[in-house]
Design a protein around this ligand. Structure first.
Ligand code: PEP
Ligand code: MG
Length: 755
């Protein structure tokens, strides 16, 4: 055994010397292939590099014709070398010419070689090239020889990624891992962010590859694996009770991998072959990433991702840097790049420096997306492979509106975005100047502009936008980012803080709207076929009133002598609203009985977001102090089109005739009963939609903070009555082909409105 590993170790030691020599890049490569051939007793050793055009170019050879270097190339998938690159897998053959993928290249003079051993050169799971040894005679390459070649390949991958190799690389070559890239993504928000990459889970750069003392490195590796295992076991014992099933699954698979003998063995073998413990982890991780990139099965991909994460943690243990999560120093303009992120993790970062978030995973309704929106960040998800092609500190542009990420953008692309951003900054300055101007139309209709909010962190922006108050505070967001159920006193403090932050302005607290897609980590939810129409929100609250009562109690305590506005979500029938009111009344009585100070004024409102309630408005309105339309849900249920399914979510225009008629019905009924009405769905923050709402008489609009400026500008520019007249006529017309949107666009164009 000692004999077989001595070769690779000597080889690595020699290679270290070659790396340290002050010679040019090509000479260095030439000496490396010479040395490998000599050490392994091979007739040929060749190194191919994968170019951008998919060709594998011969970069250095010992044994093939010197003239073929930089002249010969194979396509990806072509020949044995092409096959290795395409599959990112080792090929070990003792009868190469009879392999079906074999192709003959006369210019290299390789025809007499029978034995062939080739390995992919990988970095961050991407194929950079192929390293090959060949022998004229029939020969079986041993496993330790394959290992040795893989180890050298790791070294080569790092080496050719340095700037020293730039001048060897032909124009358009792919081996520049830091070349500009454009990656498609799904926008979670609107807007553009320019900044520098901060990796949430930074890849550690291994600089020391060759072991000085193999025994000592083995011991370091063993020790690190032990530490890793202990830390995972600890997580299980401490967090057992609070973990939801998803956390548990991830941790379970971490534990499984951490104890996986195969994983540990592969790393040990790499150390035995002469690598440092860190380099060994990296080598094995490279294989994992390569396998991951080839996987289309999302479950297996996820598991491989977990293994990749675990290897990163192991590297941290080895470098004495056990956790490098949030709270780090950020560049002035930071864009966070992560595979995935919990909402709480996002909140750990310094908000004043964070501009954007790019995730490899996530959906628009993911909690982190909601929190990102709430924080006013520019966010995208499903950016394929973004983590492995990103380097900390690199420039990045996130164009959420277009669903695009530009990594290391070339100057012309950057210039376009700098202009765009300047334009939007100019507009922001215009909006800021309008902050204290009344939001009244040219013909005197007053429109009240309110914020949608959900986190303490986003409340202070109300000072900047000059909004009249908070029309919707989604209380569940705080629950979604909490690790455990917030206690009564914690909730009381939170609501009191929210009230203090908005000062004299009103703030409408919506009762917990959880369940469905809004998962709180400490509540196990049963899997439902149609969660949006499932056991959620008020349904859950009335069935399990404990949580509901605690929240109402906390709100009443927090208000103590101030006004309190409570909004009840997801009411399907008037009777449910009555039940909710009665729970609230009981809590109020309890407070008075126990000597607490009741709110100065308590208003309880009903959310109109389930279509059946449209036919019971005459029963709800007399018992509601106010109502608020949740158009996000109302529109999805009216059109039977899932709001989070991109295929159908935009298929039916929310201000299309039937939906707008429904909204007008609510507005008319509310006016008849003299009950204040607010629109708090996303519609309120979009210009044409807001115009439609105003046209049907909805003049209290609650929206994301970023929309207040544009909508205020619109309100101040519009002459509403003529538009109202046209829209009402169109809504009542028995026939007509023009869409409501087209009509509104024409009105807006006619009045030259800022859209
Ligand atoms: C809505 O449904 O329109 C709404 C405002 O509530 P949410 O988006 O939180 O469901
Ligand atoms: Mg809703």
């Amino acid at each position: 055994m000692a004999m077989t590993v001595a070769g690779p170790r000597v080889l690595l030691r020699d290679l270290r010397e070659i790396m340290a020599d002050a010679i040019g890049a090509q000479d260095r490569l030439n000496r490396i292939v010479d040395r490998i051939a000599e050490n392994m007793g091979a007739d040929v050793c060749s190194f191919y590099v994968l170019r951008d055009d998919g060709a594998l170019e011969l970069f250095a050879t010992h044994g093939l014709k010197e003239a073929a270097v930089h002249m010969t190339s194979l396509r990806l998938g072509e020949g044995l070398v092409g096959l290795i690159a395409a599959e990112a897998e080792t090929l070990n053959l003792n009868d190469a010419p009879h392999h079906p993928a074999f192709v003959y290249r006369p210019e290299t003079g390789e025809d007499p070689f029978v034995s062939f051993l080739g390995v992919p050169v990988l970095r961050a799971g991407q194929t950079l090239g192929v390293l090959v040894v060949q022998n004229r005679d029939k020969r079986d390459y041993r496993e330790d020889e394959t290992e040795a070649l893989l180890t050298v390949a790791t070294l080569l991958a790092e080496m050719i990624s340095t700037s020293e190799f730039d001048n060897l690389i032909q124009p358009g070559s792919d081996i520049d891992l830091r070349r500009p890239r454009t990656i498609e993504a799904v926008g979670f928000t609107d807007g553009i962010a320019l900044g520098q990459i901060v990796l949430h889970d930074p890849r550690l750069v291994v600089t020391n590859f060759v072991a000085e003392d193999v025994e000592a490195e083995l011991e370091r590796l063993e020790q690190a694996v032990r530490t890793l295992r202990v830390s995972i076991d600890d997580m299980f014992s401490h967090r057992d009770l609070q973990m939801n099933s998803e956390h548990r699954d991830i941790l379970e698979s971490y534990r499984m991998f951490a104890y996986d003998r195969g994983w540990a063995r592969r790393m040990r073998e790499a150390v035995s072959a002469g690598l440092t413990a860190e380099a060994a982890v990296e080598r094995v991780q490279n294989d994992t990433r390569a396998r991951m990139l080839r996987q289309s099965d999302p479950y297996i991909r996820d598991r491989l991702h977990d293994l990749d994460d675990l290897a990163n943690r192991l590297l941290r243990v080895l470098t004495g840097d056990p956790k490098v999560f949030g709270g780090r120093d950020l560049p002035e303009e930071a864009v966070l790049v992560a595979r995935n992120l919990g909402p709480a993790e996002l909140l750990e970062y310094d908000r004043s420096r964070l501009r954007g978030v790019v995730l490899e995973e996530g959906g628009t309704t993911a909690h982190v997306a909601i929190v990102a929106r709430s924080l006013g960040l520019v966010a995208v998800g499903q950016a394929d492979n973004i983590v492995s092609v990103s380097e900390a500190g690199d420039d990045i542009i996130v164009d959420a509106a277009a669903g695009m990420v530009h990594l290391r953008p070339p100057p012309d692309v950057e210039a376009i975005y700098v202009d765009k951003l300047a334009l939007s900054a100019k507009r922001q300055a215009q909006y800021a100047a309008l902050r204290d101007q009344p939001s009244v139309t040219r013909d005197g209709v007053e429109v009240t502009l309110l914020h949608n909010s959900g986190l303490i962190a986003d409340l202070p922006t109300i000072e900047e936008t000059g909004a009249a108050g908070v029309g919707l505070f989604r209380t569940e967001l705080q629950f979604m980012i909490a690790e455990r159920l917030p206690r009564l006193d914690e909730q009381t403090n939170l609501y009191a803080e929210a009230m203090a932050l908005v000062g004299d302005r009103p703030i409408v607290f919506r009762l917990l709207d959880i369940g469905g897609d809004k998962v709180v980590p400490f509540m196990r939810s049963a899997v439902e076929e149609n969660p949006a129409m499932g056991w959620r929100s008020l349904r859950l609250a009335l069935d399990r009133p404990g949580l509901f009562r605690t929240q109402v109690r906390a709100l009443l305590q927090a208000a103590s002598g101030r006004r309190l506005d409570i909004l009840v979500p997801m009411i399907t029938e008037a009777s449910e609203f009555r039940q909710a009111r009665s729970v609230i009344n009981k809590e109020l009585e309890r407070l008075e009985r126990t000597g607490g100070t009741p709110p100065e004024k308590l208003s309880v409102g009903a959310m109109i977001e389930v279509p059946s309630l449209l036919y019971e408005l005459d029963r709800v309105l007399p018992i509601a102090d106010f109502i608020s339309i949740g158009s996000n849900d109302l529109v999805q249920f009216l059109s039977a089109a899932d709001r989070s399914n991109p295929r159908v979510a935009r298929k039916y225009d929310p201000i299309g005739l039937p939906r707008l008629r429904a909204l007008r019905h609510v507005a008319t009924e509310a006016a008849a009963h003299q009950v204040p009405l607010t629109m708090c769905g996303e519609l309120a923050g979009r210009p044409i939609e807001a115009l439609a709402l105003m046209a049907i008489g909805i003049t209290r609009l609650s929206m994301a903070a970023a929309s207040i400026g544009p909508i205020r500008e619109l309100v101040r520019a519009v002459e509403l009555h003529p538009i109202q007249k046209q829209i009402v006529e169109a809504l009542d017309a028995r026939e007509g082909t023009e869409t409501m949107r087209d009509l509104l666009m024409a009105c807006a164009a006619h009045q030259d409105l800022p859209l």
